[in-house]
Design a protein around this ligand. Structure first.
Ligand code: ATP
Ligand code: FE2
Length: 327
């Protein structure tokens, strides 16, 4: 069985192809870049996705050595995400699925991150840290569901980094630039906000901005910002490990590319005798191979295709609301 996946929850329009054996045949994308100093403008991102859709899908099929005739199912990220971006993906996918008369499977973006992570790292039953632009969640499978053990109460950790990055005059994406600056920096203090198992980042960004504006060195602010935010997530992961008794940690989402974060989580895991793994870069960022693979899993376990007369997007679809009979 061949699945074509379509991803459009935020900045990225992605198209990817995989087979039912978990072989990823292609993973193409085109990413919307906001103009300097701006964050994502949802309607501009939607326009971007609509403009590039056909070409990206064509590339994905070509790279996979397949044609639309070889595709058995189409999978689309149905949520969570920004409504205009989700509409772009859903409208495109519905039109395509109708044209080629193939079933369209709705996929939860967060679950897709976990499933491609399990596929590519071979971890079996991890506590997952999903850290991207909009999302910060600590997730583990218990009592029949992927459940959220801790999450941000305000902005995602990537957006927090990006917010400060805009302030510092970097170009998007700001995470890698902050990581580079932080290598030279030292600790100058930063708030640390863990509430039970939940996290809050927006106050830390305000404080980092204040410190930067009042003349503290950029590298020191970057270092302290990272140390504080990464220690917060590491603390919550450790408690999720202790609570669930699991022995593996999976790091995914764009922020998981950060070496300092991986090292901090790695050290904590080593001290507990647990394993940790970072999802390979290509499958860590928003991508469509993960949507294709999650589509295969859902379809094989009997998930009903989307009703194309009444296709819905689910902008606030929560990880713990998804049925995952394949796990
Ligand atoms: P979503 O939240 O829906 O998953 P997104 O497009 O915002 O979508 P990703 O593509 O997973 O998320 O990740 C983008 C984020 O990752 C940006 O906020 C970017 O700053 C951050 N990022 C990328 N590289 C690094 C890095 N080396 N260190 C820290 N953050 C990074
Ligand atoms: Fe994502």
């Amino acid at each position: 069985m061949i699945c074509l996946g379509i991803e459009t929850t935020a900045h990225t329009f992605g198209a990817g192809v995989c087979d039912s054996g978990g072989n990823i045949l292609s993973n193409e994308k085109d990413t919307y870049k906001p103009k300097a100093g701006w964050g994502l403008v949802p309607m501009d991102a939607r326009k971007h996705h609509e403009d590039v859709a056909e070409d990206v899908v064509k590339d994905a099929l070509e790279k996979a050595g397949k044609t639309m005739n070889d595709v058995d199912i189409i999978a689309v990220s149905q949520g969570p995400g920004l409504p205009p971006c989700l509409y772009a993906g859903m409208n495109f996918s519905v039109e395509l699925a109708k044209k080629v008369r193939k079933p369209l499977i709705g996929v939860n973006h967060c679950i897709a991150h976990i499933e491609i992570g399990r596929l590519t790292t071979k971890l079996k039953d991890p506590v997952t840290l999903y850290v991207s632009g909009a999302n910060t969640q600590i997730i583990a499978f218990t009592a029949g569901k992927y459940r959220i053990f801790g999450e941000t109460q305000d902005i995602g950790i990537g957006n927090a980094l990006d917010k400060f990055g805009r302030e510092a005059g970097f170009e998007f994406p700001h995470g890698p630039k902050i990581e580079e600056e932080a290598l030279k920096g030292k600790w100058i203090g930063m708030p640390y906000v863990v509430k039970g198992m939940d996290l809050s980042f927006s106050g830390i960004v305000t404080e980092a901005t204040k410190k930067f504006r009042s003349g503290e060195k950029l590298e020191d602010v970057c270092y302290s910002l990272q140390e504080s935010m990464f220690a917060m997530v590491t603390e919550v992961i450790e408690r999720a490990l202790a609570h669930t008794g699991k022995g593996e940690v999976l790091l995914t989402g764009g922020v998981a590319a950060n070496k300092r974060l991986a090292a901090m989580v790695g050290t904590m895991c080593m001290e507990r005798g647990a394993k940790s793994a970072v999802v390979p870069w290509e499958y860590c960022m928003d991508n469509a191979a993960m949507i294709a693979w999650a589509g295969v899993l859902a379809h094989k376990s009997g998930q009903k295709p989307i009703n194309m007369k009444n296709a819905e997007i689910l902008p606030r679809w929560r990880t713990d609301d998804v049925d995952t009979p394949w796990v």
